[in-house]
Design a protein around this ligand. Structure first.
Ligand code: F6R
Length: 594
C-alpha cells in the first residue's frame, strides 16, 4: 500500500524517481508525486498514474528527491491528498507509507499552534511536526517528530539547505539501495533493480541519514551497523520480458518457479523425504494463517497436511484470528505471506510470538517484516511478483507446503516415493496447461460477457474454487463466488440460470462421483458449465458445455494444475473485457493496513 522512493547522488533525480515509482506502482496507483531538491524544494503531484505524471511534469532541476505512489486511506485520490506533503514554509517535504493513528489529535494541536493544513491525509502532520522541531538538523527533527507519532510508517524527508535525505521506518517496509556515489531508497527492492542490487534493510525505529557517499543508521540517537545484502533478483525479473502484462508473464514463469522453489529446499540429487524443513518443530497441531490468495494456499495446506501427515490442522484468516479475543493455545503456526508485509499477518505473528508460539513464516521476500520477526523462515522462490493478482507466489507457496508435509508423511514409503517423483514432474505438467493457453483464452470469451460466475470444487479443490473466483473478480470485475460444490444447493441455486455459468473443478479422487451429481444438478437449472477435468476423462465432456483439460497428476497435486488453468481463464476474461489486468481498480499489492 503506497510506494515511496528517494534518490540522492550526482544525476538528475527526476527521471530516476519516476522510473522507480513506475516500478513500484503495484503498491498503489491512484495518485503520485515527486519532490526534487534544487535550490528550493519543488513538488509536482496529481491524481494520475506515474506515466501520466511523467508526461506532464515540468523539468525539476536537482540531484536529490523523493517520490510516492498512493493507495488512498485518508482522503480520496486528489492532487491535494497526493504526496509529497509539505510544512508551512514549503521547505520540508515528506513521503509516507503507513497510517498515523493519532493524526487527528496531532492535527488539532498543530493547527492551534498556527500550522495550516491543505489535505485530508494523516501524513500531513509529519512535515508540520518536523517543522516544529527543526533547528538546522533534519535527522534530529525527524526523530523528535516521530516520537509523537503513533502508528505505522516508512518515511523519507528532505529539507532545502541540507544535501541529505532522512528515512525512518516502523512497521512499514523500507530498503536503502547502495550505489556508487549515489544512494536509493524504496519501499521494495524491485523499484531499484535498474540501478543497484546492493541493499540495506532498516529495522523498526531506525533512522537513516542518506547522502550521496554515506549511509548512517541511528537507533535512539546511537549509530548502529546495518549489513549490506546482495539481491539475487535481476532487472529482467522485474520487467515484462515481451509479455503484454506482468500477470501473463508470471503465470508463464510457474514451471521455473516450481523448480526453483523445490531446488531451494533440497539439491536435485537428494531425496526430499530426508529433509525436514521444520527440524524438530514438526507439524503436530499446526495452525496456518494468511490472508487473500495466501489464505487459499493455507486451506490447501490443511488438506495436504491432514492427508499426508494425518494430524489435525486449522487454517484461519489472519485478519479474523487477530480479533478472537483469546490467547492462542496452539504452540506452532505457519504464516503464509508473499510480501511478508501484510498488516494482519504481521499482527498475527507478533501476537502468536507474544503468546509463546513458534512461528514459521513462508514468504517470498527476503528481508521483509515477516522474515525478520518470525522464529523460522521458509522462502519461496517465485522472484518478484509485480502484478497485483498473485499467481506464481501462490504456486510457490503450495510447493513449500508439499515440501513441508512430505518428510513427516505417514503414508506408505512406495506411495511417498511416487509423490516425490510426482512433485518433481510438476513443472512439466504445468507447462502442459500453459500449452493449452489458446483454448482457455477462447473459452474466456464466453465468460467476458457474464455478470456472475460460480466456481465449485470439493475437497482439496474447494480452495481452488475460492482462488479461481478471487482471481476472476479481481482482474475482470465480474462477480464471482467460489463454493464447496455440495453447498451450492443450500442457497446459491436461486441465482443459477442460463446467464450464470458455473466453473466446476473435477478431480480424480473420492470427490469425483459427488461432483458428477453436482454438475448434473447445476445443468438441470440451465447454467452453462465449464469443467476443469483431467485428460482421459470421457464422462464429464458429455455432461457439460465446455471442458478445460489438465494433465494427469496425483489428486493431491491437482490444485497446482487446476489453479494455473483458472489463472489463465481469469487473465483472458479480463483481457477480453479490456481491464487493466496488472493494476485492478481499488487494489494494491502488499496490504500494509488492517
Ligand atoms: C490476490 C492477492 C491478495 C493477497 C493478500 C495477501 O490476488 O494477491 O489476496 O494474496 O493480500 O498478501 P500476502 O501474501 O502478501 O500476505
Amino acid at each position: 500500500m503506497c510506494g515511496i522512493v528517494g534518490y540522492i547522488g550526482e544525476r538528475q533525480a527526476q527521471p530516476i524517481l519516476l522510473n522507480c515509482l513506475h516500478r513500484l506502482e503495484y503498491r498503489g496507483y491512484d495518485s503520485c508525486g515527486i519532490a526534487v531538491l534544487g535550490g528550493a524544494v519543488e513538488i509536482y503531484k496529481d491524481a494520475v498514474r506515474v506515466k501520466a505524471l511523467a508526461n506532464t511534469a515540468p523539468s525539476l532541476n536537482g540531484i536529490a528527491g523523493i517520490g510516492h505512489t498512493r493507495w488512498a486511506t485518508h482522503g480520496e485520490p486528489s492532487q491535494a491528498n497526493a504526496h509529497p506533503h509539505c510544512d508551512c514554509t514549503g521547505k520540508i517535504a515528506v513521503v509516507h507509507n503507513g497510517v498515523i493513528n493519532n493524526f487527528q489529535k496531532l492535527r488539532q494541536q498543530l493547527a492551534s499552534e498556527g500550522h495550516n493544513f491543505v489535505s485530508e491525509t494523516d501524513t500531513e502532520v509529519i512535515p508540520h511536526l518536523i517543522e516544529k522541531y527543526y533547528d538546522g538538523d533534519l535527522a534530529k527533527a525527524v526523530e523528535a517528530a516521530l516520537h509523537e507519532v503513533e502508528g505505522s510508517y516508512a518515511i523519507i524527508a528532505l529539507v532545502s539547505g541540507e544535501s541529505r535525505l532522512v528515512v525512518a521506518r516502523k512497521d512499514g517496509p523500507l530498503v536503502i539501495g547502495v550505489g556508487d556515489r549515489e544512494n536509493f531508497i524504496a519501499s521494495d527492492v524491485p523499484a531499484m533493480l535498474d540501478y543497484t542490487n546492493r541493499v540495506i534493510y532498516l529495522e523498526d525505529d531506525d533512522i537513516g541519514i542518506v547522502s550521496p557517499d554515506n549511509i548512517e543508521v541511528r537507533r535512539h540517537g546511537v549509530e548502529v551497523d546495518r549489513k549490506e545484502h546482495k539481491i539475487s533478483w535481476s532487472v529482467e525479473d522485474a520487467q515484462k520480458a515481451g509479455y503484454e502484462h506482468f500477470m501473463l508473464k508470471e503465470i508463464h514463469e510457474q514451471p521455473k518457479v516450481i523448480r526453483d522453489t523445490i531446488a531451494g529446499y533440497v539439491s536435485a540429487t537428494e531425496k526430499g523425504a530426508d529433509l525436514a524443513l521444520l527440524g524438530d518443530v514438526g507439524l503436530e497441531g499446526m495452525l496456518i494463517l494468511a490472508c487473500g490468495t495466501s489464505y487459499h494456499a493455507a486451506l490447501i495446506g490443511k488438506y495436504i497436511l491432514e492427508e499426508l501427515v494425518r494430524v489435525p490442522v486449522k487454517a484461519e484468516l489472519a485478519s479474523e484470528f487477530n480479533y478472537y479475543g483469546h490467547t492462542p493455545v496452539r504452540s506452532r503456526a505457519i504464516v503464509i505471506t508473499q510480501s511478508g508485509e501484510t498488516a494482519d499477518v504481521i499482527k498475527t505473528i507478533r501476537r502468536m510470538r507474544e503468546a509463546g508460539c513458534w512461528v514459521v513464516a513462508v514468504t517470498n521476500v527476503v528481508g521483509s517484516t515477516a522474515s525478520r520477526i518470525a522464529d523460522q523462515i521458509i522462502y519461496t522462490r517465485a522472484g518478484p511478483e509485480i502484478s497485483v493478482a498473485a499467481t506464481k507466489s501462490f504456486i510457490a507457496q503450495l510447493m513449500a507446503l508439499y515440501w513441508l508435509a512430505l518428510p513427516y508423511s505417514k503414508i506408505d514409503i512406495r506411495k511417498l516415493d511416487n509423490l516425490i517423483t510426482g512433485l518433481r514432474q510438476l513443472p512439466g505438467k504445468v507447462q502442459q496447461v500453459l500449452d493449452n493457453e489458446s483454448a482457455i483464452a477462447e473459452l474466456a470469451r464466453q465468460l467476458a460477457s457474464c455478470e456472475n460466475v460460480f466456481f465449485i470444487g470439493r475437497g482439496i479443490n474447494f480452495p481452488v474454487a475460492l482462488e479461481g473466483a478471487l482471481k476472476l473478480k479481481e482482474v475482470s470485475y465480474i462477480h464471482a463466488e467460489g463454493y464447496a460444490a455440495g453447498e451450492l444447493k443450500h442457497g446459491p441455486f436461486a441465482l443459477l440460470g442460463s446467464n450464470t455459468p458455473v466453473v466446476a473443478i473435477v478431480a480424480q479422487d473420492n470427490t469425483y462421483e459427488p461432483m458428477l451429481t453436482n454438475i448434473k444438478e447445476v445443468k438441470a437449472r440451465r447454467s452453462p458449465v465449464i469443467a476443469v477435468v483431467e485428460e482421459g476423462d470421457e464422462v464429464i465432456g458429455e455432461l457439460v458445455d465446455s471442458v478445460i483439460t489438465v494433465p494427469k497428476v496425483d489428486a493431491i497435486f491437482s490444485p497446482v494444475v487446476n489453479t494455473v488453468a483458472l489463472q489463465l481463464l481469469a487473465y483472458y476474461t479480463a483481457k477480453h473485457r479490456g481491464c487493466p489486468v496488472d493494476f485492478p481498480r481499488n487494489l494494491a499489492k502488499s496490504v500494509t493496513v488492517e
